[in-house]
Design a protein around this ligand. Structure first.
Ligand code: ADP
Ligand code: MG
Length: 209
């Protein structure tokens, strides 16, 4: 690590969050973290493009946690992922990042598991929901989830979701979220057709690579 590397402790983050990052051995920010976290802290919409393994999960995780209010029992953040495996990975990483923030409830909603326990969990409330498009849309259709309180919406691996044919589902999910939300789009690639397709989700986004 060079001494020019940007550190999490240089950011205006909660000291408990910074010491938890240190306990995870996250000291220097990756490039995408250094360029995207300040934009998220300004509550701007974001398009973040970076290759796999560049630390995008912690980037948006820190963005979510920096504005989360654990004493407000509502779904404040929604992360949409293309597959169940990725949703599980994101949930695990968010749980590690949230260790410093007491009583944060993170719920994973994916297909291939029964609806009833998910509905019961939603009745108990979750601050952060991570899920796949089909199952999220299923909950929206049954009114078992309320996304009107979502302040941070993350579309993770957006390019893969579009490739997998989830675009229409995502339109439905975005429409169920608060219009005043912050929208964060993370992707390994950002081709022009996707730029066009997602422009209606984003408000004056900052683009970082
Ligand atoms: P991406 O979503 O960009 O493919 P991930 O969010 O899955 O990447 O992160 C890849 C790996 O890097 C994970 O194992 C994560 O724990 C680790 N990581 C993320 N940020 C940092 C950091 N600042 N310092 C050290 N390791 C990190
Ligand atoms: Mg990722």
């Amino acid at each position: 690590m060079t001494h020019t590397a940007k550190r999490f402790s240089d950011l205006p983050l909660n000291p408990a969050l910074i010491s938890n990052l240190e306990s995870l051995a996250y000291l220097a920010m990756t490039e995408i973290q250094a360029s995207s976290i300040p934009v998220m802290l300004e509550h701007r919409d974001l398009i973040a493009q970076a290759k796999t393994g560049s630390g995008k999960t912690a980037a948006f995780g820190i963005g979510i946690l920096s504005k989360l209010n654990p004493s407000y029992f509502a779904t404040q953040a929604l992360v949409v992922c293309p597959t169940r495996e990725l949703a599980d990975q994101v949930s695990n990483e968010l749980r590690r990042l949230a260790r410093a923030t007491p009583n944060v409830k993170i719920l994973t909603l994916c297909g291939g598991t029964p609806m009833r326990p998910q509905i019961a969990s939603l009745e108990h409330g979750a601050h952060i929901v991570v899920g796949t498009p089909g199952r999220l849309l299923d909950h929206i259709g049954r009114s078992s989830i309320n996304l009107a309180t979502v302040q941070t919406l993350v579309l993770d691996e957006a390019d893969r979701m579009v490739d997998m044919g989830f675009f229409e589902d995502i339109v439905g999910i975005v429409a169920a979220c608060s219009p005043r939300r912050q929208t964060l789009l993370f992707s390994a690639t950002y081709p022009n057709d996707m730029r066009h397709a997602t422009s209606s989700f984003l408000r004056d986004p900052v683009e970082v690579k």
